[in-house]
Design a protein around this ligand. Structure first.
Ligand SMILES: [Zn+2]
Ligand SMILES: [Zn+2]
Length: 257
């Protein structure tokens, strides 16, 4: 009975009969799910991810506090409960990535030590700050990318070949791909390439972006799961190489000028 239908939509209904999407919850690949919560305050989807194993559930990021009930609903849809969450890895310490952690009392919670001083979480000591700049934690290989926040990490899940990029590379405030939340996202990839080409990333940040992208290229990812919006399936290496090429050219032009 595993994997029958694997898409859910949560709606908020208004008194006048209207409704708006509250969250999308979808299968990404075997045993990995995305919960994309529509955040009307930020006009963006905020994403978190559930990696489901018999022994327990891992969350990569866990959303804002006010959205944690959606995460519980999502777990329930999979026949799991908050008690089954045994591991949380946060890509960085912003509220939309850590605050939901409060609900999961049985989970070990990891974040990079560079986030300790500014983590947006009321009980910072609930998190463990033992990640190094490059290491392995259970099925996950992670690396410090240090852009967006000083302790932002990229996380590679070897069994599913998914790269979790957090907000280092994401689609904050962007519409979803015309092909849906989980898709090849060619339109989104194209927009990111254009954004970079058009100078969307400041010169100060460009070097670190390129460094982070080179790191990500080494992972041989098949799927890219970001902190906000569309989940990209396929051609990830080509996408990253395209970004690197544009970024390196921008860097060269800067030297010539
Ligand atoms: Zn962030
Ligand atoms: Zn975020």
């Amino acid at each position: 009975m595993r994997h029958q239908y694997r898409k859910w939509i949560g709606y908020v209904f208004f008194e006048n009969g209207g409704r708006t999407v509250d969250y999308l919850f979808e299968l990404v690949t075997e045993n990995v799910y995305v919960l994309a919560v529509w955040d009307s305050a930020w006009n963006s989807y905020n994403n978190c991810y559930l990696v489901v194993k018999k022994e327990g559930v891992t969350l990569i990021d866990c959303g804002k506090k006010e959205h944690s009930s959606y995460l519980v609903e999502a777990l329930n849809k999979l026949g799991r409960s908050p008690e089954d969450v045994t591991l949380i890895v946060a890509t960085h310490g912003h509220e939309d990535h850590v605050q939901g952690a409060a609900v999961f009392k049985n989970a070990k919670k990891f974040i990079h030590p560079n986030e300790r001083s500014h983590i947006e979480y009321p009980e910072p000591d609930e998190f463990t700050y033992e990640l190094s700049d490059h290491g392995i934690l259970e099925d996950y290989e992670y690396r410090l990318v240090g852009l967006h926040t000083p302790g932002s990490i990229a996380i590679f899940h070897q069994p599913s070949k998914i790269l979790f990029t957090g907000d280092f590379l994401c689609f904050f405030g962007d519409p979803l791909s015309k092909d849906g939340l989980v898709s090849d996202g060619n339109d989104l990839k194209k927009e990111w390439l254009e954004y970079l080409r058009g100078g969307g990333v400041s010169k100060d940040h460009l070097d670190r972006l390129l460094e982070g992208l080179s790191t990500m290229k080494g992972f041989d990812a098949h799927i890219m799961c970001t902190g906000h919006g569309g989940v990209l399936v396929g051609d990830i290496e080509r996408f990253i190489s395209g970004l690197l090429e544009i970024g390196e050219n921008l860097g060269k032009n800067e030297i010539v000028q």
